[in-house]
Design a protein around this ligand. Structure first.
Ligand code: HAM
Length: 424
């Protein structure tokens, strides 16, 4: 290994058996989300920069500091997607939604943010997310959160905390912003540079600053939900009632605002102690997303979970990883004629659905058996001149040393494997 072959900071290569965990995660997502009527959507990993600037909001940390933006040869400004929602909404808008039509999609794949790399904080990370577009009922917000919890349960990730809050409707915003400014104004000198900037540009974000002094002040800030209008309060109450009806435990967090500006009404975040400092495993909410070239924003509700973070929590909880696949049969060869036979016999087995292995470099029988052990092959067949002549050989079960006489044909070996599986 040298620095020239290492992946860039904040990016990773994934190998088996870790990849098996990813596949399990992906399969579970597909299974669970399909039960709720979501279909899979795959969108490009880069978009026109405007899609994210308009979609996420110019004042968000993601847009201000974290996007991988570049010019293509035609001089267009493009950006590697820092999250999934904006691109997914662009795709849905491009297809066109008849008025009143609903669309529910899920997606998974790499996202890119230029953050300082740490455990659970990557520059290329992966999200699995869902978006429900075209339904304005608070029951949908509750169902989306319940579906996320269901997904985590299915993965064996017990112990996640669901925190929810409401940002209300855009019409409520001026009153909330005014109350927050009145509260923070006398303390500005004690706050970080980002917060002093946010005071003018996006005072809501002062509530979720991670700097200790700012965080302590935010603890005593006015509660957003107290300042909202009646319609927003009623909507939020219905979301909570929906969660109660679905049996999803949650905590009210009056200071949760989330980092993206497209949210209206419900916002939520799921945290887990197994993650340490980067403790958000998933987040989402109801939104109205602006896209370049569209007069009206697109309304929806959804979430995204960080796949690396889900796997860190799985690890911390000691959830048993899926078993690594092993060769069913290892074919050992005594001599050149046997090697030629085994090479084509292995191909026949593989075409018949049986995983078969040969170590072409291992010459002696001892080193071939060592290879079979290393690969954890379930059975070994040793073929030499006498087996070829007799057209029969011994199928050895590696775990208990049992030997079964088999005819040296595809049907003979398949029948022996099937019969042996029956006896277990
Ligand atoms: P987000 O909170 O920015 O929301 O990201 C969702 C999740 O992605 C986080 O909870 C975290 O698990 C993971 N994540 C974010 N940044 C990183 C990183 N640098 N390294 C590793 N994991 C990370 C969104 O992206 C919204 N699009 C969610 C949404 C969907 N809202 C509505 N619909």
């Amino acid at each position: 290994m040298s620095s020239a072959t290492e992946p860039l900071p904040g990016t990773s290569d994934f190998w088996e058996p870790e990849v098996l965990e990813w596949r399990k995660l992906e399969a579970t997502a597909r299974d669970i989300f399909a039960r709720y009527g979501y279909t899979e959507l795959r969108v490009p990993v880069f978009e026109r920069t405007e899609v994210f600037v308009r979609g996420l909001g110019n004042e968000t940390d993601v847009v201000q500091k974290e996007m991988y933006t570049f010019q293509d040869r035609g001089g267009r400004s493009l950006t590697l997607r820092p999250e999934g929602t904006a691109g997914v909404m662009r795709a849905i808008a491009n297809r066109g939604l008849a008025t009143g039509e609903e669309c529910r999609v899920f997606y998974m794949g790499p996202m890119f943010r230029g953050e300082r790399p740490a455990q659970g904080r990557r520059r290329q990370f992966h999200q699995v997310g869902c978006e429900a577009v075209g339904c304005s009922s608070p029951w949908m917000d509750a169902e989306v959160i319940a579906m996320l919890v269901h997904f985590l349960d299915e993965l064996g990730l017990k112990g996640a905390r669901v925190r929810i809050n409401s940002r209300g409707l855009p019409a409520d915003r001026p009153a909330v912003a005014e109350a927050l400014r009145a509260y923070f104004q006398p303390h500005l000198a004690e706050m970080c540079e980002d917060c002093r900037r946010r005071f003018d540009t996006n005072v809501w974000r002062m509530l979720d600053c991670k700097v200790a002094a700012c965080h302590a002040l935010a603890e005593n800030a006015p509660r957003i939900t107290d300042l909202l209008g009646d319609e927003s309060k009623a909507f939020f109450a219905s979301v909570c009632a929906g969660l109660d009806a679905l049996g999803v435990p949650y905590e009210l967090d009056p200071r949760l605002v989330r980092g993206l500006d497209y949210y209206v009404h419900t916002v939520f975040e799921l945290t887990h102690s197994g993650l340490g400092a980067q403790n958000a495993i998933a987040g989402g909410g109801r939104y109205e997303l602006q896209l370049p070239g569209l007069r009206n924003p697109i309304p929806g509700v959804g979430f995204a979970a960080g796949m690396e973070r889900l796997l860190i929590v799985r690890d911390a909880l000691g959830v048993t990883p899926p078993p690594a696949p092993v060769p069913k049969v290892y074919l050992a060869s005594l001599g050149d004629a046997a090697l030629a036979f085994n090479t084509s016999f292995a191909a026949k087995l593989r075409h018949a659905g049986i995983s078969a292995a040969i170590d072409y470099d291992a010459k002696s029988m001892k080193s071939q058996m060592r290879a079979a052990d290393r690969m954890k092959a379930e059975y070994v067949i040793v073929i030499g001149d006498s087996e070829l002549e007799a057209q029969s050989a011994k199928l050895k079960h590696m775990a208990d040393g049992r030997e079964i006489e088999v005819k040296l044909s595809l049907d003979g070996v398949l029948a022996a494997l099937a019969a042996d599986a029956e006896t277990k």
